[in-house]
Design a protein around this ligand. Structure first.
Ligand SMILES: Cc1cc2nc3c(=O)[nH]c(=O)nc-3n(C[C@H](O)[C@H](O)[C@H](O)COP(=O)(O)OP(=O)(O)OC[C@H]3O[C@@H](n4cnc5c(N)ncnc54)[C@H](O)[C@@H]3O)c2cc1C
Length: 396
């Protein structure tokens, strides 16, 4: 009987469990997580903060799911090392031995810039269910919330805070929102829509310091400007968790490096999801985690049976009714790409298709789900659109 150990219990891990169970009912599966809750999708945390979901509704797989799938789940069990010779997983409580294959699926941690005053009360990050509960409670007692970071997470978080009666301001050092997913015009349209919802946005603010004594009272910029606020959430990106690889002599760069089979530099040890880097590529999004973990799972039970080909990165954002989809190349920056754009600032609509040799290779759709679906389909088909260039954003 094959025995596999999976470190981590996020979407990469549970996707691997499902993939393994689809193919083989007899594999023995152990899953280790440092969290106290069973699996929940992280996007649900925004709903939890906005009080659209209870804790029970946030959790997707309760303990019964693990029982039904015959998985030994070790909650609150941080793993710090793999003994790659003995194929043993070393947790803080004991060694678990003799796995045929091991998968590292430990995700990311929030990246926190070295601001002064980080130790003060009411300074938060958002990654786990417990972080979300802390933030929701803190918003109830706060006058004004400061969200540092103009990426998808910062914006969604601010919208959730607004929904439960908060007064959030989004602060970014960039000159536009979602710099990776949008262009200048798209950011202008999104900013206007967000401001219409009563959320203030401040660009070009280089935060250096969190002010206050024990409790945070605001943030201070490099130019000594201050914004007052009694709750600060730092949403300035993430970094892969590579510490297990480092402790185990396994190669890593930005993430844990893997080959096309998702195998790390250690034979029989695989990595998938946010903690993994493949072919110098890395993403912190669910499609990356699920695609890579399916490949890893297949190779864990039959090595060589599946190869990873990468993904077309895509982001979907729902901010208080604003639909945004950003897929593939959206800011090409080379003359051999063509961009077709349609803008309606007041109506909150922005569409962009990026073409190379008349094939759609990327796109943005703000405010229209049907256009988003059409762009996604055109990108997947990768066929020439020469004859329909003028009607790319028509959906009827
Ligand atoms: C609030 C929020 C909203 C998001 N919304 C979206 C979205 O709309 N769309 C999208 O594509 N992406 C979204 N993301 C990103 C997405 O959630 C991640 O890409 C995804 O969770 C990655 O899955 P993963 O399994 O690789 O890692 P994770 O989900 O981070 O899971 C890693 C697991 O490993 C465990 N772990 C870590 N270290 C150890 C250790 N030493 N020992 C034992 N266990 C350990 C963790 O506790 C966790 O269980 C969002 C993220 C957040 C935080």
């Amino acid at each position: 009987m094959i025995k596999v150990g999976i470190i981590g219990n996020g979407v990469a891990s549970t996707t691997a469990v499902r993939e393994i169970r689809d193919k083989d009912q007899t594999v023995e599966i152990d899953v280790f997580t440092d969290e106290r809750h069973p699996y929940y999708p992280r996007p649900n945390l925004i709903d939890l903060i906005a009080k659209r979901r209870t804790i029970k509704e946030t959790i997707r797989y309760d303990l019964d799911w693990y029982k039904k799938n015959d998985v030994n789940l070790y909650l609150s069990t941080p793993v710090f090392q793999i003994d790659t010779k003995r194929m043993a997983i070393k947790s803080t409580s004991m060694d678990h031995e003799q796995y045929d294959s091991i998968m590292i699926a430990v995700g990311c941690r929030p990246f926190i810039p070295p601001f002064e005053g980080l130790h003060k009360n009411n300074v938060h990050v958002i990654r786990t269910l417990d972080d979300a509960l802390d933030i929701r409670k803190a918003v109830e007692g706060a006058g004004r919330e400061i969200v540092i970071g103009g990426g998808p997470l910062g914006i969604e978080l601010a919208a959730a805070m607004k929904e439960i009666g908060g007064d959030p301001i989004v602060v970014t050092n960039e000159d536009r929102l979602l710099p990776l997913q949008l262009d200048d015009q798209g950011s202008k349209v999104l900013t206007k829509q967000i401001e219409k919802k009563g959320i203030q946005v401040l660009f070009g603010f280089e935060c250096r310091e969190l002010s206050g004594d024990e409790d945070v009272t605001g943030i201070v910029s490099a130019q000594k400007d201050e914004i007052k606020g009694d709750l600060v959430v730092i949403a300035t990106g993430v970094r892969s968790n590579t510490i297990i690889a480092k402790n185990s002599g396994i190669s890593y760069h930005h993430g844990i490096t893997v080959d096309d089979y998702m195998q790390t530099s250690a034979k029989g040890v695989f990595a998938a999801g946010d903690c993994m880097e493949w072919n110098n590529e890395w993403y912190g999004i669910i499609p990356w985690a699920t695609a890579s973990s399916r490949i890893a799972a297949q190779n864990m039970i039959e090595f060589g049976s599946a190869k990873f080909n990468g993904i077309t990165p895509s982001n979907q954002l729902q901010v208080a009714g604003i639909e945004l989809t950003s897929i593939g190349i959206v800011n090409p920056g080379f003359p051999d790409y063509e961009s077709i754009v349609s803008v309606d600032i007041e109506g909150g609509k922005y569409h962009k298709a990026v073409l190379k040799d008349d094939v759609v290779v990327g796109g943005i759709s703000l405010g229209n789900r049907k256009v988003a679906l059409k762009l996604r389909s055109l990108i997947t088909k990768a066929e020439k659109v020469t004859n329909i260039k003028q009607s790319l954003f028509e959906t009827e």
